[in-house]
Design a protein around this ligand. Sequence first.
Ligand code: FAD
Length: 468
Amino acid sequence: MAETQFDLIVLGGGTGGYVAAIRAAQLGLKTALVDKAKVGGTCLHQGCIPTKALLNTAEVLHTFKHAGDYGLVAQEVALDYPKAVARKNKVVDQLYRGVQFLLKKNKVSVFEGYGRLKGAQHVEVSAQDGSTTLLEAKDILIATGSVPRQLPNVPFDGQRVLSSDDVLSRADIPSSVVILGGGAIGVEFASMYNDFGSQVTIVEMLPHILPQDDEEVAEQLTKLLTRRGIKIYTSASFDPSSLKIDDNKIHADVVKADQSRVPVEGDVLLVAIGRKAVTENLGLEEVGVEIQRGFIVVDDHYRTNVPHVYAIGDVIGGYLLAHVAAHEGMIAVETIAGKNPELLNPHRIPRVTYSRPEVASVGLSEKEAKAQGYDVKVGIFPFRANGKSLILGEADGMVKLVADKKTDALLGAHIVGPHASDLINEMALAKFLEATAWEVAESVHAHPTVSEVLHEAALAVDGMAIHI
Ligand code: FAD
């Protein structure tokens, strides 16, 4: 008979849950992990990994199409989408096996089945074969994640009205797509579909796409995407009552800020308006776990209001990002194990959109810094003045650093351009070490590298950039 007594039960084996389970086991806690599906969760199976694998195919395709720019002759370059999907699946599968191996190596007991709290120290697991197991632990960590949010009265149908999950399980590329929501998920799919040859329209309610990013950076990306033929409506709402779905297309009206209406149509409608935390049918109400605006309420150590019950990841809201879920998971179990972990500071969390080019940021935007009362100085450096970017043939975009005029502290870094996803980690480290702009400018960067843009932008903060 399987062991049913544990120090910790982690409910949900996504990035947050499985990382927490491994860290707990490393700290000597006897740990169970419960998942109703495959461990790895959204990020591995319907999020970060599959999307980036397909975006990489899109990027390679784009590069091949411009082979002539590199002095190459490449004829008849075409997308074989089923093969791209097979490659994506292979990457996901390899990582899935990796996660399973790590859980086994760390002696985490994995239970496959639907988990529900039965009191603050028990979880009932219902397996697919109908059997149930009651697990007991000193502490429980809820990491049940999130699912795509639908438009009120317009349910996903998997055919014409799609969620990001639906898009990833489709075997074809629509010739045209209307994307509702200009956040990271919407923009990534827009970039990918455009590279694959679809007509793309984005509808965003707020004044700019990537509303969580610096305005100037988002505007740059808007220009670059528009130049590629993507239609972008901002400060515009989608009128669900105007939606008509026939055999081949969806048709609807977009209402602009001046109340004028523009008809949009596409083979499919991708609804990327946000995610809904998974809190229902978990036994949370019975146990008395507090939920506000759909998310579980926790303190800065991820304790809920119920003793012994913790929660992390998408289910608690904030930044819905895999690396955030993982860090929260580690902090929660270190707390459970009686350690004194470094708490997560939202200003140090890097955020990335993997469009072409990528967008990445950490810390405060210029507008946010000003709103918080900082007297700011800004350093901007364009990728076109960076040697390595020209060598790569990817010189669109810019870096913008925001610093405090008084102390020179680095407040925020914002990048739109090649390799932004990797560059931002240097700025996240700078934020973690509480670096000043001067310190970034003084640290020697190898030449020729794309990361020299950071060095130059830091110099530009005090008007001292060399190459512009
Ligand atoms: P999840 O990964 O959602 O895992 C929750 C797990 O709980 C699931 O495995 C589920 O099966 C299980 N579960 C739920 N209820 C129960 C139950 N009752 N019993 C048992 N098991 C249960 N983030 C990034 O940082 N970078 C990216 O590039 C990125 N790209 C994304 C692209 C897309 C299209 C999407 C949708 C998301 C993306 N994200 C990205 C976000 C990222 O996927 C999530 O932030 C992350 O997966 C959250 O981890 P989690 O552990 O909180 O939850």
